[in-house]
Design a protein around this ligand. Structure first.
Ligand code: ADP
Length: 484
């Protein structure tokens, strides 16, 4: 699939430090999850190169910080234009290494690019403030200044958008960045970095350290221990988020964390069931169920339970599973064997504990799993507590609004949640009661660049995107000027 790129020079396999492509002393393999085919060998860098990249970023910081906001904005805008001009190639690279269907991959390129565009605009609005003086001989000012060198550690499930969502606000604020992309999907990161160079982002301002799984842990330690790195933004598992938080305590670093979810999807008796079925399908099976905002648990009120379950299973049966490059495929492969085993474990556990299989339930040859729906799930099942991160939808029956809210909140996670209702009172009551950073009401997909994305409880810290997305990348400085 990669031989069909319009611009083959976007296929980079070396890391990027200080504007130079670095081959490193060893390489690691990147494979296509749909076919198992070998795609590329990528530079496998370690702690020493991470230190070099941090030093390069720090050296590049003053010149970047001292550009005017408009100068930074113009460069970011150019990066956005180049990403969109290369949307097809970037989509192909992503489908090849991540597996999501090509239209979905191209959709992610547009979504990822939208953060670059948005923060190019926001770069011009990082305003200071003047405060009323407490004494007429003084004047009180607030400055918002770039925090310093930032590190970004990103996951494989959004190989491009998680990079731009972190890097764009940092660059807009005047901060240089060192990125450590997921070892399963480095090619998307490197292609978008190549476009950053073409857009005129100066050497050292954007660095990419590619590393295999072991070296990723070592590079993470270097980021956390560094006094120069002032901020780490991470999207990934709650387990790794906790490690980064603990490792960053000695340097009292600021962290933005976007961690695991366990999204509930609630359908009340007064919902539009056909709309709920569409929303449930979109929310569950996107990226083969491998997003942190994918619905994990479906709670359906008893009055519409049978109708929803029947219609939802019928809809899921129409899904086409296959290689993401094939026309009409809705669901590609899972990312790796471990992901399949987890889905299988959740499915088996639910069956053993009495859930009723409506469709799917099995592995397919290769790294594929049937889109699966089960009814009559119960709170003691693994799928009620853990994020499945795969194409399995367990449906639970509930009686009252209070029961649904209790079940939805009965988790340490709090990222996305969804519910369907046409009752305006209920819409407010339930929205306010859900302990989640994001609530979709009568929708199954809710992310876009100008809204705050993030979670509460153990789903994370901070918000990405929106006018609030710059906040984590600036420090507030208070000036008190006397003798006026
Ligand atoms: P996922 O479950 O999405 O694979 P992970 O949390 O394992 O999420 O990985 C997300 C990112 O974190 C990847 O870039 C991975 O290389 C990196 N990573 C994994 N373990 C560590 C660690 N101990 N320190 C720093 N980065 C890590």
């Amino acid at each position: 699939p990669l031989s069909l790129l319009k611009d083959p020079t976007l296929l980079k396999t070396d890391a990027l430090i200080n504007g130079q492509w670095v081959s490193g002393s060893s390489r690691f393999a990147v494979t296509d999850p749909a076919t198992g085919a070998h795609l590329a060998d990528v530079a496998n860098l370690g702690p020493a190169e991470a230190e070099t990249a941090i030093a390069a970023a720090n050296a590049a910081w003053p010149a970047w910080r001292n550009k005017t906001a408009k100068e930074r904005s113009i460069i970011l805008r150019k990066w956005y234009d180049l990403i969109m001009a290369n949307q097809d190639d970037l989509g192909r690279i992503m489908t090849a290494e991540e597996g999501k269907p090509l239209p979905e991959a191209k959709g992610e390129i547009a979504y990822g690019a939208s953060f670059v565009e948005w923060f190019a605009e926001e770069a011009k609005r990082i305003n200071g403030e003047t405060l009323p003086q407490f004494d007429n001989n003084r004047r009180l000012l607030l400055l918002r200044q770039p925090i310093g060198v930032c590190a970004a550690i990103t996951p494989w499930n959004f190989p491009m958008a998680m990079i731009t969502r972190k890097v764009s606000p940092a660059l807009a604020a005047g901060c240089p960045v060192v990125i450590k992309p997921a070892e399963l999907t480095p090619l998307s990161a490197l292609a978008v970095a190549e476009l950053a160079l073409r857009a005129g982002i100066p050497a050292g301002v954007l660095n990419v350290i590619t590393a295999d799984a072991d070296n990723s842990i070592a590079v993470g330690k270097v980021f956390c221990a560094s006094d120069v790195v002032r901020h780490i933004s991470f999207t990934g598992s709650t387990e790794v988020g906790r490690i980064l938080l603990a490792q960053s305590a000695p340097t009292v670093k600021k962290l933005s964390l976007e961690l695991g979810g366990n999204a509930p999807f609630i359908v009340f008796d007064d919902a539009d069931i056909d709309s709920a079925v569409e929303g449930a399908f979109a929310s569950k099976y996107r990226n083969a169920g491998q997003t942190c905002v994918c619905s994990n648990r479906f709670y359906v009120q008893e009055g519409v339970y049978d109708e929803f379950v029947q219609k939802f299973a019928a809809k899921v049966k129409t899904a086409k599973v296959g290689n993401g490059f094939e026309e009409g495929v809705n669901q590609g492969p899972l990312i790796e064997e471990a992901a399949l085993l987890k889905v299988e474990r959740h499915v088996q556990d639910a069956l053993l504990k009495g859930a009723r299989l409506l469709t799917g339930g099995h592995r397919l040859p290769g790294q594929f799993f049937e889109p699966t729906v089960m009814a009559d799930a119960t709170a003691d099942m693994l799928c009620a507590r853990e994020e499945t991160f795969g194409p399995f939808a367990p449906v639970f029956k509930f009686k009252t609004e209070q029961d649904a809210i209790f079940a939805a909140n009965n988790t340490e996670f709090g990222l996305a949640s969804y519910f369907y209702s046409r009752d305006v009172g209920r819409i407010f009551r339930v929205s306010e009661a859900l302990e989640y950073g994001m609530v979709g009401i009568n929708v199954g997909i809710l992310a876009t660049e100008h809204v705050p994305f993030g979670g509460v409880k153990q789903s994370g810290l901070g918000r990405e995107g929106s006018h609030l997305g710059i906040d984590d990348y600036v420090e507030i400085k208070y000036l008190c000027i006397g003798d006026i």
